[in-house]
Each structure stands twice: as structure tokens, then as C-alpha cells.
Design a protein around this ligand. Structure first.
Ligand code: LER
Ligand code: MN
Length: 285
């Protein structure tokens, strides 16, 4: 398993990303200093970064950009796949298509998280808006498939989303759409709130997990809360997960300390899994 820092060029004070408002050069410099293999960029618009620049910086430092996040388009612009307004839904889809075009250049997967939105309590309305969201997702998956890009659907806690709360909920959508390029994003912050048993849910999703957001229970760096991290990493290893652990966490007490703490805690936990440590040392991941 490889490690990624989360970053955004946007000067947000509220989003759970380690590096907020940093330039790509600064972001990759810190990733290199900490020995991380990747950087996850969260972008309100795909044009918020210079594609040529981030590809050049990534290639120079042999970094990957495993994922592009889209949630800022929900948080800042109010876009949503479940808006009752078809124009807002289509604008959300078009926004994601921008991320997909960028992802085909950065070789990233594209995250659908906060754009999933809420569908309310009325059963008929729930059915209608869930279908509307699935239609948006389907359009994104088709566009991504023709660009050779993987899409990731994230399970979110109940305060952010009211129909995709568990990995089971996400698996059901993946089955319904039967999109071969749609995978599960497992975020341990949300899972701590929604799953009865985090490790059992990871085993349930197994090879369909495409990406992991690793955050502690308080959404700070791993080690800052009370998540029992070693069993989570051991389970991911046991199910054959070799992808990224991305630190989508708040920069508390500040970005450099939080990033260093996350890397130190997770590297130490990975070393407790002999096979995983050996694979990483041999570059077999
Ligand atoms: C939102 O809480 C989250 O976890 C993000 O990854 C989704 O956009
Ligand atoms: Mn997340």
C-alpha cells in the first residue's frame, strides 16, 4: 500500500484536506520529504491546476496523482447529483467531465463523494432522486470509460448524505449500474460512524475497493483519534488491497505536523504486517 497527501489549491478553511491553498510545487516537495508516493488533488474546477505543471512535477519526483476529488464543487458551488433542478444536476455532471478529462492526463481516478447529496425522507421522492443521481453517475462512468478513467463512489456519513452511507449501499449502486470502471471509496472517518464493523465491511467490498481515505475518528491524522489502525491495515492487506491510503484529514495542529504524524503512524502500522512491508520494500505494490 502506498501513501498520499491530500491537497487543494483552494484557500478553504473548512475542507478536510492536509494542504489547503498550497502551490503544487510546495505540495510535491512535502510529499517527497515525507516519502509519500502520491498526492490527491481536490479541485472545485479541473482548471484550478495547470495540468502540464502537475504532470511535470509528478514525473520529476516519480509521484503519482492517484485521485482527483470533486467535493469542492458541492461544498462551494452547491452542485449535486440529487438536486431537484435538472440544470444543477447536469452542471454537476459537466463539472465532473472536466475532472475526467484532467484525470486521463494525470492517470488518476475521479472521486464522487459530496456530489452525491441528499434525497430526503419521502419514499417516492427518495426513489426519484436516487434514480436521478444514478443517471448522473452513469453518464460520468460512460464518459470516464471512454477516457480510460476509473470512477470511485464514496460512502459518506449520514450528516452529509442520506442514501450512500455504508459500503453495502455503494456496492448496491455499482451492481445496479454494472459499470466496470466504478469502484468503492472506503473512508474510515465515515465508516467509523456508519459501519457496524469496519473490517467486516472492507472484507465485504474486497476487490471492489478502489481507494481508501485514511482518517482517524476525529478526522485528524491517523494516530490523533481512537481508530484501531493496525486491524484496518491488516484487513486491507488480507483482501489484497495494494492501492493508496490517502490522508483526507484536517491540518491539525497545522499541515506539516499533521502530515508527518499521519505518515509516521501509518508506516509504523504497515511495518507490523510483514508481508506488506516486504512487498513495499520490493516494489511489488
Ligand atoms: C467528504 O466528507 C469526503 O469524504 C470527500 O472525500 C468527498 O468529496
Ligand atoms: Mn473522503
Amino acid at each position: 500500500m502506498r501513501l498520499a497527501l491530500s491537497a487543494t489549491p483552494t484557500q478553504t478553511q473548512t475542507a478536510p484536506f492536509l494542504l489547503r491553498g498550497w502551490s503544487p510545487a510546495e505540495v510535491f516537495e512535502l510529499a517527497g520529504r515525507l516519502g509519500c508516493e502520491g498526492v490527491e488533488f481536490h479541485l472545485r474546477n479541473s482548471s484550478d491546476v495547470d495540468a502540464v505543471e502537475i504532470v511535470r512535477l509528478a514525473e520529476q519526483g516519480r509521484f503519482e496523482i492517484p485521485t482527483l476529488g470533486t467535493g469542492l464543487a458541492a461544498g462551494i458551488d452547491g452542485l449535486s447529483f440529487t438536486s431537484p433542478d435538472p440544470f444543477v444536476r447536469q452542471t454537476a455532471v459537466e463539472r465532473v467531465k472536466g475532472h475526467i478529462a484532467l484525470a486521463s492526463r494525470t492517470r488518476s481516478a475521479v472521486i464522487i463523494g459530496s456530489l452525491s447529496g441528499k434525497i430526503g425522507q419521502d419514499p417516492a421522492r427518495r426513489h426519484e432522486l436516487r434514480n436521478a443521481a444514478l443517471a448522473c453517475l452513469d453518464e460520468c462512468c460512460r464518459s470516464a470509460a471512454s477516457a480510460g478513467v476509473t470512477m470511485l463512489l464514496e460512502a459518506l456519513n449520514r450528516y452529509e448524505c442520506d442514501y450512500l452511507n455504508t459500503l453495502r449501499d455503494v456496492l448496491d449502486v455499482i451492481d445496479e449500474l454494472s459499470a466496470p470502471n466504478l469502484k468503492v471509496l472506503a473512508d474510515t472517518f465515515h465508516m467509523n460512524i456508519e459501519e457496524a464493523d469496519i473490517c467486516e465491511s472492507l472484507r465485504l467490498a474486497g476487490p471492489r475497493i478502489g481507494h481508501v481515505h485514511l482518517a482517524d475518528t476525529n478526522r485528524q491524522a491517523p494516530g490523533h483519534g481512537h481508530l484501531d489502525i493496525p486491524p484496518v491495515l491488516r484487513t486491507l492487506h488480507d483482501i489484497g488491497y495494494t492501492g493508496y491510503l490517502s490522508f483526507e484529514v484536517f491540518p491539525i495542529p497545522e499541515a506539516r505536523t499533521a502530515a508527518a504524524d499521519a505518515v509516521r503512524t501509518v508506516r509504523a502500522a504497515l511495518e507490523q504486517i510483514p508481508a506488506a512491508a516486504k512487498d513495499a520494500a520490493e516494489g511489488n505494490v
